[in-house]
Structures are given as structure tokens and as C-alpha cells.
Design a protein around this ligand. Structure first.
Ligand code: SF4
Ligand code: SF4
Length: 342
């Protein structure tokens, strides 16, 4: 590993490679939130913080365990100390100091890495309900940002309409002092414009992978070209360091393909979240079949190596992950974030 990598970043990468943590006897925490969106849907998770780093781990059987010590929490790896004096966060709304709300779960699409449509719980939050959640959270917690995600309801239009209605209502009730990020599936430039015009500050449109063969296999209902076109348009509307996109690492793609795609996004002014793949149990067979058995959680070395190379790309294009005010670059829990972790 290159010498510029701090020990703490290496430890975060090792925790990300594993993705799970178990709770030792005697560890009592506030109720853990169960995610409803993406590959983590259905899992209970917590955040471990150390040396300025934050990592989100799902709670399950794991060689890493959270233990209670007289001076706080520590993380052990197979019984020996891995991290001392860690802080543990169990935020009620998905992310520390941020209100990240999933507006809906029924989905017309069938992305092979996503557990949301398989959750067995179907809900669609009405704008008024979201406003009450926000009101209550603002009264009770320190909230620096709001993030809104949703499934694809009957159509792209339907989901964008719901997101727009929610953003509009939140702006009307709570003003413009709190940043709002939105994460829609969107391919039409006019929908991007609409979300911006109602008051969204940042947007995430997920490309998922730059490997076209894998994209077709794992996102059978999505259009790769139209996602890229929407991202390019969004960068001109929302501006620099306000448009991002999830890129999954571990679907069987090569680093070469990934870095070429990342350069292309950077030229557009779009910043990517390099997200280690988690294979949901409910999708395991489908995902392995769709990727020809190549889907796997990436190693710590690969996670770090890509983050370091991507940092150079971002620096070259004047893009800054730390300028984002909402969503994953604000949180940093699920990946090694260039310019923040390394
Ligand atoms: S569009 Fe794909 S990733 Fe999004 S909720 Fe539906 S199945 Fe999941
Ligand atoms: S990095 Fe993104 S997906 Fe992960 S916990 Fe934070 S906000 Fe959620």
C-alpha cells in the first residue's frame, strides 16, 4: 500500500471490506434503524467514528466486534484490539446530523443489487407526512442537511413529481437555510430542471457501473446513455460540486473501465461515490447470475487504490468532495472518500 495512506484510512478500508460488525455481550445501544433503500435495505446498521473517520457497518455475525470498555467503545478483530476509543452513532434518520428520508419502496424496476423491491413492505410517504418528520427532527436533533431518495414508482414522472412536491413543501415550511439533496432516477432534462427550480441544492443520479455489459444485466430497466445525458445536463443546472452519482465497485468491472468512466464524469463536472458492493441475501442468486458469478465485495486494497487514483482525477478537474452539503459526501460512512479520507 502507498505510504501516503494514513493508518486510520487503512483501518476504515478493512472495515469496509468486511462490511459487518457484531455486538459483544453487554453492548447496549439505542434501537438501530433498518434501512429501506438500496442494497442495505432491511439491514440494521450503526456508525463507528475514530480519528476523524466514519464508517457505517451492518450488524451481523462478523470477525469485527464492538465491545464496551470502561472508557467507552472499542472494536476488536477476532478477539484482539483493532480500534480503541471509538464513538458509536445510531442516528434515528439514517445518517448522523442529516435527515435522509426514503419516500417510497414499491419499484417498477428490478436492479439486481437492490433489496428495496424485495423488502415486503410497501410505503409511499405523502409530502405532509415528510414535513411532519422534518419538523419533529429539527426540534429534537441537530440536522445540517436533508436528503431525499425514492424508488421508481409507476414511472419516472411519478417519482419526480413526488420528490418535487416534497421539496416544494419543505421549502415553503422551513425556508432555504437548510440544504436539500435529491436522489431520483431521472433521464429527462426537464425533470432535472424541475427539481432544481423547486429548491433542491444537490442531485445524485446513479450510473451504477461503467461496464456496459454489466449495466444491462444488473439494471435491465434503466438507460445508461440517458443517465449520462441527465448527469451532464444536471452539472450545467446545479453547478460544480453539486452533482454526484453512485458507482458500484465489485460487480465484476475492471479498474480500467471504472477509471475511464470516472474521468468522463469529471469532465462533465460530476463527482462519483465509489461504493463497495454489498450483495443482499435476497438478491444473491440473481446478482451472481446477472454478473456471471463475478459479483463480490471488493478488497480493502482495491477500495483504497481506486480512491487514490480517483483523487488525482478530481484534483485535476477542480472537483471537491468536501464541498457537498448533503447525502453521501457529507456522511462519508460507506466508502473511502477521496479528499476527505485519503
Ligand atoms: S430503481 Fe433500482 S436501485 Fe432504485 S429502488 Fe428501484 S430497484 Fe432499487
Ligand atoms: S454514505 Fe450515503 S448511503 Fe452510506 S450511510 Fe451515508 S448517506 Fe447513507
Amino acid at each position: 500500500m502507498r505510504s501516503e495512506v494514513p493508518q486510520s484510512a487503512l483501518k476504515k478500508a478493512l472495515l469496509l471490506e468486511e462490511g459487518w460488525i457484531s455486538l459483544s455481550q453487554g453492548v447496549e445501544l439505542a434501537p438501530l434503524e433498518r434501512a429501506t433503500a438500496g442494497p442495505d435495505a432491511g439491514l440494521r446498521s450503526l456508525f463507528v467514528e475514530f480519528d476523524g473517520y466514519r464508517v457505517r457497518l451492518a450488524v451481523e455475525e462478523s470477525p469485527f466486534s464492538l465491545v464496551r470498555r470502561s472508557d467507552g467503545f472499542a472494536v476488536e478483530l477476532s478477539g484482539t484490539t483493532f480500534l480503541e476509543k471509538v464513538a458509536v452513532q445510531t442516528p434515528p434518520h439514517h445518517v448522523p446530523n442529516q435527515l435522509f428520508i426514503n419516500l417510497s419502496t414499491p419499484c417498477a424496476f428490478d436492479c439486481k443489487f437492490c433489496a428495496t423491491p424485495k423488502l415486503g413492505i410497501g410505503f409511499v410517504l405523502k409530502p405532509q407526512k415528510v414535513a411532519r418528520i422534518v419538523e419533529e427532527a429539527l426540534e429534537r436533533y441537530r440536522i445540517d442537511a436533508i436528503a431525499l431518495t425514492c424508488s421508481v414508482l409507476g414511472s419516472e414522472r411519478e417519482s419526480v413529481k413526488l420528490l418535487s412536491q416534497v421539496v416544494k413543501l419543505l421549502r415553503r415550511e422551513f425556508g432555504h437555510s437548510i440544504p436539500i439533496g435529491v436522489e431520483p432516477y431521472v433521464t429527462k432534462p426537464e425533470y432535472v430542471d424541475e427539481l432544481y427550480s423547486v429548491g433542491a441544492d444537490e442531485i445524485k443520479i446513479n450510473v451504477e457501473t461503467f461496464d456496459r455489459w454489466i449495466f444491462q444485466a444488473v439494471c435491465p430497466h434503466k438507460s445508461y446513455e440517458r443517465i449520462l445525458a441527465a448527469l451532464e445536463h444536471a452539472a450545467t443546472v446545479f453547478g460544480k460540486n453539486r452533482v454526484c452519482s453512485n458507482v458500484l465497485i465489485g460487480l465484476g468491472e475492471s479498474d480500467y473501465t471504472t477509471l475511464s468512466g470516472l474521468r468522463k464524469l469529471a469532465e462533465m463536472g460530476v463527482v462519483a461515490n465509489l461504493r463497495p458492493l454489498r450483495i443482499p441475501l435476497v438478491r444473491e442468486e440473481e446478482l451472481r447470475a446477472a454478473t456471471g458469478g463475478r459479483a463480490h465485495r471488493p478488497s480493502a486494497a482495491r477500495i483504497l487504490g481506486l480512491a487514490l487514483k480517483y483523487k488525482e482525477v478530481l484534483n485535476r478537474h477542480g472537483l471537491r468532495t468536501y464541498r457537498f452539503k448533503t447525502m453521501c459526501f457529507r456522511c462519508t460512512g460507506c466508502e473511502i472518500v477521496p479528499q476527505q479520507d485519503v
